[in-house]
Design a binder for this molecule. Structure first.
Ligand SMILES: Nc1nc2c(ncn2[C@@H]2O[C@H](COP(=O)(O)OP(=O)(O)O)[C@@H](O)[C@H]2O)c(=O)[nH]1
Ligand SMILES: [Mg+2]
Length: 465
């Protein structure tokens, strides 16, 4: 992998492609200033390599045959106090595709290499400015869909969780060092016995801490990345109308003709601060039409993979065979909310049978056309996701599946180590489990992460970040 080398200078357009007030071409690496010297002409004739750190300068980018490409502001941030800990130059030019591309080309012609996705952040990681969990938090900040998601991501970016994880790891390293020392010196059985008791007590504290982090993980993941909620039910009960009411816009097509929605439509809603991807499905019913058939198949898949199901019934209609069939499909899965829509019309529905099949299911009455009941529905969704507790964006927690599985692995090995002590197995064996536990938590923090895992993380970034 060439990007692990840090001796070259990288460059990329760091602003989104399209028309904008300004656009930024960013350079990072040891030749950033030298390259800037060749293409930037300031009003007073001074060169970027002479500029102080954290200063901004007015001038022009000049290409071949002294042709002026754009009028710019150039910012210099010198190593080590920069995003990457390397020399950084940012060229603020006009935000059009052509000036940005021309400036980037010029920079590349003068010795920079085009950055890979996320490579600036990767350098910040490789140069130890941030750890891998903070790098992941950068992406979460960029992608935050709600205020709450942003706050949770910023909390991680500022290192609240990293510090906790680092402390756990260094405590484990300390315990391991003591065990290794005791293996060499333990002649006296008495000393070893006392040592084992102390070690066990320390490991138990770490175990508790890890378990707490794992129990909070779901909340952390939901706040950052949200959940998927699928809206299902028979045709014409008001699924698409409900989706539009929650989104507060007309996203899905609503008609009086059953079977209008044939494809699944997805849109992110902000439900009480939680990003919720709403999936509007084709009404589930047997159909002869191939397009509708495919839509129905997709609906059934969506229901299986969703975190939450909004099962919609028509207040104005008796439960019919199709509703019952959907209920059969839903039987056994959790996180379902029953939405009885069209409450403005006359009551026809009888819920006794439904309640028998799904005892304890939350039932919300709505009218999608005037949005009444929608707020109560949103409250219920939030309560169900967080099991009645209010979510806190300020807790330091695991934020994704990668971190969670590393933490789980670490805990499993830690438990093995504790068992080994209890069973009075040799301390050599305890040390093996502990080392493996430390390696797993190191994967989470990035202390012992593989290059492959790194590549996977940074490949999700955009170029220029
Ligand atoms: N009276 C009334 N009509 C509704 C309500 N919700 C939806 N509708 C109407 O029911 C029909 C079907 O709605 P639609 O959202 O397309 O249902 P879907 O097939 O389940 O997606 C449309 O004519 C809607 O205007 C409601 O709460 N009250
Ligand atoms: Mg529909």
């Amino acid at each position: 992998m060439n990007s692990i080398k840090l001796d070259d200078t990288i460059a990329a357009i760091s602003t989104p492609i399209g028309e904008g007030g300004i656009g930024i071409v960013r350079l990072s690496g040891r030749d950033s200033l030298k390259i800037a010297d060749k293409i930037f002409v300031s009003g007073n004739g001074k060169k970027p390599s002479g500029f102080k750190t954290y200063t901004i300068h007015y001038g022009h980018i000049v290409g071949r045959e002294k042709k002026v490409i754009d009028e710019v502001l150039l910012t210099v941030m010198r190593a080590p106090k920069s995003y990457t800990r390397e020399d950084i130059v940012e060229i603020n030019c006009h935000g059009g595709i052509v000036p940005l591309k021309k400036i980037l080309d010029l920079v590349l012609m003068n010795g920079a290499r085009l950055a890979e996705p996320g490579e600036f952040t990767k350098r910040a990681f490789l140069n130890n400015r941030i750890d891998i969990m903070q790098a992941e938090a950068v992406l979460d900040v960029i992608r935050a869909k709600t205020d709450l998601s942003l706050r949770a991501a910023m909390n991680s970016l500022q290192g609240a969780f990293s510090e906790k994880a680092r402390n756990i790891r260094s405590e484990m390293l300390d315990i391991l060092a003591r065990i290794e020392a005791s293996i060499d010196f333990a002649e006296e059985a008495d000393v070893e016995k006392r040592g084992a008791k102390d070690t066990l007590a320390r490991l138990r504290r770490i175990e508790k801490e890890m378990e707490k982090l794992i129990s909070k993980a779901q909340e952390g993941k939901v706040l950052r990345h949200g959940i998927r909620a699928v809206i299902c039910g028979s045709p014409n009960v008001g699924k698409s109308s409900l989706m539009n009411a929650i989104l507060k816009e007309s996203r899905a097509i609503v008609t009086r003709i059953p079977g209008t929605t044939r494809d699944t439509i997805e849109e992110t809603a902000n439900i009480k601060g939680i990003p919720v991807v709403l999936v509007d499905t084709a009404g589930i019913r047997p159909s002869g039409h191939p397009a509708e058939k495919e839509g129905v198949k997709r609906s059934e898949i969506s229901v299986r993979t969703a975190d939450l199901v909004l099962f919609v019934l028509d207040y104005n209609r008796k439960i019919h065979a199709n509703d019952s069939k959907i209920m059969d499909n839903l039987k056994g899965r959790d996180s379902i909310i029953m939405v009885i829509n069209k409450k403005d019309l006359k009551r026809q529905i009888d819920l006794r049978r439904v309640r028998k099949v799904f005892p304890g299911l939350p039932v919300i009455y709505t009218c999608a056309t005037d949005s009444s009941g929608i707020d109560e529905l949103e409250e219920t969704i939030k309560k169900l996701i967080f099991k009645g507790k209010a979510p806190s964006a300020d807790i330091a927690s695991v934020s994704n599946e990668r971190q969670l599985s590393a933490l789980r692995g670490s805990l499993a090995d830690l438990k093995e180590a504790m068992e080994a002590i209890k069973d009075k197995v040799s301390m050599d064996c305890v040390a093996i489990y502990l080392r493996s536990s430390i390696a797993a938590i190191g994967e989470m923090t990035g202390h012992t992460i593989t290059e492959e895992a790194l590549d996977r993380i940074f490949s999700e970034f955009c170029i220029g970040k």
